[in-house]
Ligand binder design. Structure first.
Ligand code: AMP
Ligand code: MG
Length: 190
């Protein structure tokens, strides 16, 4: 099975968690050609939000993404098709740490009236699966990396670095899921 590990960054504000207000500002993703192989290709693009194009100070501090990087970026209507093109037509399972990324894709597809790719219904919530396999509570990627003795690379809360880091955890858990015939086709919402 081929896996696309994705991590999104989005507009955000201190003490606000409103998925419908948030908009994607970075798509970071890596491709795993098998459950246990390290990633072979990566996709990293900033996205210019349309509803609230000015990043809050909180958001710039959290993500280290600067307003100038966002001002130069293309909007979701351009970047999302480029992302789908990068993924290509071979079957894959979309993976992310938690359910957030898949649902934010859904919000932004609706906002921009882009068709929802059916292939994105096959989603593996690595946070949930990791917790089950390792018999721990679902936790942030950073904590789980420390738990298993993996070194965090790059800048946490940058989509591409998060995706690279999550792929290291994916290499631990996906082989276990494959060996236990995990049902990849089940759609997840939690
Ligand atoms: P992450 O993948 O953990 O970097 O988070 C993805 C997105 O969730 C970020 O770009 C923010 O939009 C939002 N987010 C993450 N942590 C927080 C937080 N502590 N407060 C508000 N929004 C957050
Ligand atoms: Mg992230």
């Amino acid at each position: 099975m081929r896996y696309i590990v994705v991590d999104l960054e989005a507009t955000c504000w201190a003490n606000v968690r409103d998925r419908d207000r948030m908009e994607i500002i970075e798509i970071g993703a890596v491709e795993l050609l098998s459950a246990s192989e390290p990633y072979c290709r990566e996709f990293a693009q900033f996205v210019r939000p349309v509803a609230e194009p000015t990043l809050s100070d909180f958001c710039q501090q959290l993500t280290t993404i600067r307003q100038t990087q966002i001002d130069r970026a293309k909007s979701f209507v351009d970047v999302f098709p480029a992302f789908l093109n990068w993924i290509g037509s071979d079957p894959f399972a979309l993976c992310s740490w938690g359910a957030y990324d898949q649902s934010q894709f859904r919000v932004d597809c609706e906002r921009h009236q882009l068709p929802w790719p059916e292939s994105f219904d096959t989603h593996i919530n690595l946070k949930k699966e990791f917790a089950k396999v390792y018999q721990i509570k679902p936790k942030g990627m950073k904590e789980v990396m420390a738990h298993v003795g993996l070194q965090l690379i790059g800048t946490h809360h940058r989509g591409i670095d998060d995706a690279r880091n999550i792929s290291q955890l994916a290499n631990l858990v996906l082989p276990v899921l494959e060996s236990t015939n995990h049902n990849y086709l089940s759609t997840e919402s939690s």
